[in-house]
Ligand binder design. Structure first.
Ligand SMILES: Nc1ncnc2c1ncn2[C@@H]1O[C@H](COP(=O)(O)OP(=O)(O)OP(=O)(O)O)[C@@H](O)[C@H]1O
Ligand SMILES: [Mg+2]
Length: 471
């Protein structure tokens, strides 16, 4: 042992070990996150929490990535004796939202509000195509196109659907010359502009024209007949392709869901504690499935933010298993930040930071967005994982512990006097202590977790849990 250092003790520092995490409003509205590789037990555990929340009477909306999820939620409701509160949102079901109309007429709604909503959904749609749609010119043209195409049906008929907005844009004149053609006059866009102009005249005659409506009308006419008709076929093509990338995807399988009437009443859903899986699974509907799920989640969030939460006793719950598919970073992060005062909870599951980053676009911005997302969840349940980045993140969050190292230095030469056994044996004369800090759970240990094994963390405290059930 000459000159060597031996580790004599490995003591757990007085641990930030956590006791039971209460399933109360405070914990819920600071959000819960599950991480873990495929098959590690995230969904299974999330379902157990959902069941508990159903039993507490909470109103829950559940994003669905897989086809089995809605059926699973139904079974949970059945088990909890709450089948009457099970109200799935399906492409052909009774729960519908006339999206364009709803966003423009809900309390606080407007064309600008509806446009922003669609722009956010568009982020999900373009993320898939490998571009973030952040080139200012196209983004601006797309925003103007969305805004004016939403406004035109309302200016013509007082109401409108997403399909009307899409038609307005798709049939608008492609050049100055076309504006005078019969084909344009007979088109949906031509008809709507004509109806809007007739209504305008009637209102002027009656002296009831509202100046705001007049400004919107002028903006729409300018856009369709001056700007869009002259941007050239490339510009027009780009606006149309962005628009059809979003609304076109919705209008085939989800026309009835988004373009008929509004029957979904969130206030009632909250009062009666509805459990609403959004049964438009990504695995069946691909990008449109993501957009539909994200749309309903966003509607639910908007409802949560505008209701008076001061008298509410239970938080509204949003569950997003495979959350990476449905996130709209800027919006979601803002909502998560104010969710506490609005009694809104997010329960999310992602495989890990790297999968999340890649789903958000894979660039440096995506990396920051993934970190920000993770850090917005106060409670983290980390299952087994092969992803170094996630494991390092979790390991760091759990923290370090102190290791005491003790060293003994033997005397090299013969002692001058022999007065003790040590002198005879020539063994250690002095001791040294040193301290080292080591991760309490090293990142690579997560790769060895069995199904159901996880670390539960909340507010800087942690505990290892083995939730594996005997079958
Ligand atoms: N605590 C547990 N005890 C016993 N078996 C479990 C436990 N948790 C999950 N399982 C089983 O392990 C399998 C995978 O679990 P689960 O679907 O929850 O994983 P996951 O992390 O959601 O995976 P994925 O990312 O693929 O969705 C399932 O068959 C499930 O029944
Ligand atoms: Mg799962």
């Amino acid at each position: 042992m000459r000159g060597s250092t031996a580790m004599l003790t490995r003591r757990r520092a007085p641990g930030p070990s956590i006791g039971p995490v209460p399933l109360d409003t405070d914990a819920l509205t600071r959000h819960l996150l599950f991480t873990g590789g495929t098959g590690s037990g995230k969904s299974h555990t999330m379902y157990r929490i959902i069941e508990a929340l159903i039993r507490l009477g909470c109103c829950i909306i559940v994003a669905c990535a897989k086809f089995t999820e809605a059926a699973q939620i139904r079974r949970i409701c059945e088990r909890a004796g709450a089948l009457d509160r099970y109200h799935p949102i399906t492409p052909d079901g009774p729960l519908r939202v006339n999206l364009a109309d709803y966003l423009m007429t809900m309390p606080g709604g407007s064309t600008a509000q509806a446009t922003r909503f669609l722009m956010r959904l568009n982020e999900i749609s373009v993320r898939q195509d490998g571009s973030r749609g952040d080139e200012a010119y196209w983004a601006n043209l797309f925003e103007q196109g969305t805004n004016c195409s939403l406004d035109l049906p309302r200016l013509a008929y007082g109401t409108g659907t997403l399909k009307d907005a899409y038609d307005a844009l798709a049939t608008s004149p492609a050049s100055r010359e076309e504006i005078n053609s019969d084909a344009y006059k007979a088109s949906k866009c031509g008809q709507m502009l004509e109806a809007a102009s007739r209504l305008r005249k009637r209102e002027f005659d009656a002296g009831t024209r509202d100046p705001r409506t007049e400004r919107r009308y002028e903006r729409v006419v300018d856009f369709f007949l001056r700007e869009l008709a002259t941007v050239g076929s490339k510009g027009r093509g780009a606006v149309l392709s962005m628009n059809s990338g979003l609304t076109g995807r919705l209008l085939v399988d989800f026309h009835d869901l988004f373009c008929t009437e509004t029957t979904l009443d969130f206030a009632r859903a909250e009062r009666e504690g509805w459990v609403m899986p959004i049964d438009a699974p990504v695995l069946t509907h691909d990008v449109a499935g993501k957009v539909v799920n994200a749309a309903f989640i966003m509607l639910f969030q908007m409802y949560a933010l505008r209701r008076d939460a001061s008298t509410v006793s239970r938080p509204l719950i949003i569950c997003r298993d495979e959350a990476a598919q449905f996130l709209i970073p800027d919006w979601d992060w803002n909502v998560a930040t104010v969710a506490r005062s609005h009694m809104l909870s997010h329960i999310d599951a992602v495989q890990g930071l790297e999968v999340l980053e890649s789903a958000l676009g894979g660039d440096m911005k995506a990396e920051r967005e993934a970190q920000a997302f993770a850090s917005q969840h106060r409670t983290l349940i980390a299952f087994g994982n092969n992803e170094p980045k996630t494991n390092e993140y979790v390991s760091k969050l759990i923290g370090m512990e102190r290791d005491f190292m003790m060293s003994a230095q033997p005397r090299p030469e013969q002692p001058k006097e022999i007065s003790s056994l040590d002198d005879v044996l020539g063994c250690a004369q002095g001791y040294g202590y040193s301290e080292q800090y080591q991760p309490i759970i090293r990142p690579e240990e997560f790769a060895r977790f069995d199904v159901g094994q996880c670390v539960l963390m909340s507010g800087g405290r942690y505990r290892f849990l083995d939730l594996k059930e005997k079958r």
